[in-house]
Design a protein around this ligand. Structure first.
Ligand SMILES: Cc1cc2nc3c(=O)[nH]c(=O)nc-3n(C[C@H](O)[C@H](O)[C@H](O)COP(=O)(O)O)c2cc1C
Length: 127
């Protein structure tokens, strides 16, 4: 069965940006990415890849605790009760600066240091 239902797929397709949450020694940490970048690198049922220019603190947090959550949202997606929908993705993240995933991202986004690779465990709508 698909981990990402059709409503979540539509949110990922239509959202402008996404929030990236990790947990560190001082508590939660947020970073962000343009959704277009995620779409360019290919979002499938198992993996989302984001271009890493920075994400240094995110990387450090993931070394200690690989749990990561992403939140996409778009007012352009209709839900049964109205307009607007969000999609929260829960998974494991790692920052890859070498290897095939990193090289693919560096080729597509020159100047990046690698790929923030998210292995999806679950996805659910938020509204
Ligand atoms: C809308 C938006 C999109 C962003 N896209 C990226 C991106 O694709 N890659 C990146 O490294 N930083 C991006 N940033 C900047 C990071 O979120 C920000 O520099 C963050 O603090 C870096 O992560 P860190 O705090 O874990 O080091 C973006 C910020 C915003 C607000």
């Amino acid at each position: 069965m698909s981990k990402i239902n059709s409503a979540c797929k539509e949110v990922i397709e239509k959202s402008e940006w996404l929030a990236i949450a990790t947990a560190g020694p001082d508590g939660p940490h947020l970073a962000a990415c343009w959704s277009q970048s995620a779409r360019t690198l290919g979002c499938d049922d198992d993996t989302i890849r984001l271009p890493a220019w920075s994400y240094f603190r995110t990387e450090e947090n993931l070394r200690q605790n690989p749990r990561i959550e992403l939140l996409f949202a778009s007012r352009q997606v209709a839900r049964p009760q109205g307009q607007g929908q969000g999609c929260r993705i829960v998974g494991k993240g790692r920052l890859e600066t070498s290897g095939p995933e990193a090289e693919a991202v560096k080729a597509r986004f020159p100047g990046t240091r690698g790929a923030l690779v998210v292995t999806i465990e679950s996805a659910e709508t938020q509204l």
